[in-house]
Design a protein around this ligand. Structure first.
Ligand code: PHE
Length: 450
């Protein structure tokens, strides 16, 4: 193995709490807030929840562990991590895929993050405009100049945090923002559950309906496990490269999956009762967040306040995910090209702007311009999330099995662990050797057959 010349001067997360908050900040994103609850609802509620939790335990956890061990063992971000653990081979290409994918996402994620920021301000200053005709308001907002300013502001905020460094930027802000997100979530939850008629929303989310379960449900659960835990992007590898050797990775992994799943569940409980109590259709996606919910909030007293809080929650979720994404190409340029953090940030910002401007325009003047049948925004999203993320995820597992070694990975996992014989360590070997590859092949086959 190559000596790590970086080891001494590399920054480290100062506390276990801080690094868990940073990783949870990445995992808790827009997907937790609307996607999870929606796919749970359409796939039979409580029945799907069981499948999701099994997927998290048998596929999410082992892949998360494998990424954490690659990062911490090598002490490097993606690409350099693979080069360090497998010198003279082509495995670094897996890292390159991850850096490429995260850069693509950085180009369009600020667009959505910008909408959420814009809607916080609109709710506070122009509530009657938001609620007069929510669909028209959203169309006007996302196609106008405000969308540009908002996207640029979101990118700038996250960039400034990353420029602050791992400890005083990412760790400090995540430790502040994630608890704030928790408090906002609880406030929204209390409001939602106290609405008359909330029960219908609860049963949409939780009542098991086995007749709605099918092969599709398993694929949905697998795909979401991967997306929700921010796997296959080099994020967990990069964050783990800043972890000290005495960090208990088992505790970190358990905290990450528990908090990510808990936030997704609570967000569902905060959204669906509101939607049902007020008689709206729980349609998937952007429509739910930016059109249905403002319309629903308009019907409750002080709706503007709850709307502002909801979009603030979304903004925090998006911002901390964006931070983790930015750190991947920035750390790559620092570790592999020797650039300073500022120079690396400038390069990433320039690429994100060049690719991101047409992504903003995809909702305005470029709405009819398609590439392979997709708008530019959807092309970036599909390429990153549907193609590159599962591919990198699959190859990452192959790397563990055929090159790094499951036992070496497990040994790293147990370095710093308080209990050597923990449950995760016991399921890790069979899960990463057998279950995760089969699951990832299913996702890939499904992608290819689309
Ligand atoms: N994990 C985030 C979510 O649940 C999405 C995400 C994926 C963010 C990959 C960054 C990278 O919404």
């Amino acid at each position: 193995m190559r000596e790590n010349p970086n080891e001494k001067k590399r920054e480290h997360f100062a506390s276990q709490f801080g690094l868990v908050m940073a990783a949870v900040g990445s995992a808790v994103g827009l997907g937790n807030v609307w996607r999870f609850s929606y796919i749970t609802g359409i796939n039979g509620g409580g029945a799907f929840l069981v499948i999701y939790i099994v997927c998290v335990l048998l596929v999410g956890v082992p892949v998360l562990i494998s990424e954490l061990t690659i990062g911490r063992k090598s002490g490097f971000s993606s690409v350099a991590a693979f080069k360090t653990l497998a010198p003279g081979s082509f495995w670094w290409l897996v890292g390159a895929l991850e850096v490429f994918a995260s850069t693509l996402i950085i180009s369009y994620y600020p667009v959505v993050a910008g909408w959420t920021l814009g809607y916080v301000l609109e709710s506070l200053t122009d509530w009657s405009f938001v609620t007069a005709d929510p669909a028209a308001t959203f169309a006007a907002f996302s196609s106008g100049w405000k969308a540009f300013v908002a996207a640029a502001a979101a990118l700038l905020c996250s960039m400034l945090i990353v420029l602050g460094g791992v400890t005083s930027g990412i760790e400090k802000w995540s430790s502040l923002l994630m608890p704030a997100l928790g408090v906002i979530l609880l406030a929204l939850l209390a409001r939602s559950l106290s609405l008359p008629g909330a029960f219908e929303g609860l049963s949409f989310l939780l009542q098991p309906d086995f007749s709605k379960l099918g092969v599709r449900s398993v694929l949905d659960a697998l795909g979401h496990t991967f997306y929700s835990l921010s796997l296959g992007m080099g994020i967990m590898i990069t964050y783990a490269s800043y972890m000290k050797k005495d960090v208990d990775l088992a505790l970190a992994a358990v905290s990450i999956i528990t908090l990510d799943t808990l936030v997704a569940l609570l967000a569902g409980l905060a959204i669906f009762p509101t939607v049902f109590a007020l008689g709206f259709d729980p349609a998937q996606g952007v429509g739910l967040a930016f059109v249905t919910l403002p319309a629903a909030f308009a019907k409750i007293p002080a709706g503007w306040l709850f709307s502002a809080l909801f979009f603030l929650l979304l903004f925090i979720a998006a911002l901390t995910s964006l931070i983790s994404l930015l750190q991947v190409p920035i750390a790559f340029l620092e570790d592999s090209a020797g650039l300073s953090r500022t120079k690396a940030a400038l390069v990433v910002c320039t690429v994100a702007t060049v690719l991101g401007v047409p992504a903003v325009l995809s909702f305005g003047p470029m709405a009819d311009v398609t590439f392979l049948g997709y708008t530019w925004f959807n092309l970036l999203d599909t390429l990153a999330n549907v193609v590159l993320m599962p591919l990198a995820g699959f190859l990452g597992i192959m790397f563990i099995i055929f090159r790094f070694g499951v036992d070496a990975s497990l040994a790293e996992f147990l370095t710093g662990a308080k209990k050597q014989d923990n449950l995760l360590a016991r399921i890790y070997s069979p899960a990463i050797r057998w279950i995760a590859p089969v699951a990832m092949s299913l996702i890939l086959l499904h992608t290819l057959s689309r």
